[in-house]
Design a protein around this ligand. Sequence first.
Ligand SMILES: Cc1cc2nc3c(=O)[nH]c(=O)nc-3n(C[C@H](O)[C@H](O)[C@H](O)COP(=O)(O)O)c2cc1C
Length: 359
Amino acid sequence: MASVTATDALLTPVRLGDIECRNRMLMAPMTRSRATADGLPTDLHVIYYGQRAGAGLIITEGIQPSIHGQGYPRTPGLHSEAQIAAWSRVTAAVHERGGRIVAQLMHVGRIASHYNKASSASTVAPSPIRAAVQLYTDQAGLQPCDEPEPLTSSGIAAVVKEYAHAAHCARAAGFDGVELHCTSGYLPMQFLASNTNRRDDAYGGTAARRARFVIETIEALIAAIGSGRVGVRIGIGNPFNDVIDLDPRATYAALLVGLRPLDCAYLHVLKSPIDGLDAARFAREHFSGPLILNDGFAPDTARAAIAAGQAEAISFARHFIANPDFVTRVASGAPLAKFNPKTLYTPGPGGYIDYPPLG
Ligand SMILES: Cc1cc2nc3c(=O)[nH]c(=O)nc-3n(C[C@H](O)[C@H](O)[C@H](O)COP(=O)(O)O)c2cc1C
């Protein structure tokens, strides 16, 4: 009798739009604040991402599409020739090891301190409402967020262009695609949520109007690099960074209805903190493409979610910090290492590239 080998569902390949992933254990985006003052990734990034190439897909740390999109210290950019050249070394390191990598485009909007960005950069948002949030700065410790300038309609068009330019840069740097960071209280979510968007023009008011900025941004990314290479990350009702939306169900239904015809590569969905809202089910009901689920998954719960058809893939963030060979460890049932929270955002190699693989 032929022996039957059970195939771990997490380790089977999956296609997300035009991106072929060799397994379903993806690396979730994580800001690690190791870039230079000019927003360049360094040799450390080449090593760090290369070490983690065993993920089915790496979604990078949040990357600003322009100088205006930066809010935290030492985050990288993807809008200059030098940044394209520096990222090319990172994508090559991942591809050489058979991995795939997309750039997460993160424009923080009002979650910014001028200490953390170029002196010529502005802080913009849908409405001039300062976030009740403090941000770490290298120069002056914790600082309040800047009061943002409200975007004019030509300002909105300029931001959308910056995103499209960053998508072009991503492909020039060898990335397999981009992911729009549309959660955690950053600019796209500031347009979606009712407490941060008080506009009375075509970008504010009803849920459909609040969704318009995100939909136009996705359309611009798709026009730049094709729908099969553009993913979107959402967190329905995620209150992080002072966001309170009065009716997240209506907001995200409007967003996903608008996204439906655009045929994005994937939707990356965080668990929702809203009582009774199953984000995975909500996403399935409103989106027909591949789903990636995230937040608090362990290998066994991830496997169960895939087996139950809740998602095509699962992303893991924290497990990848101290386990560069996370996929190999899970495949062989090896123990998982724990990370040091003190070195998450500190400059230099410590706590970044010095977690060893097994053996
Ligand atoms: C150090 C750190 C940095 C993070 N930075 C980002 C980021 O840049 N973009 C983003 O979308 N999420 C970011 N997140 C959230 C993670 O992608 C993920 O949603 C969260 O950690 C829950 O997943 P996990 O339980 O697998 O860790 C970050 C999380 C951590 C721990």
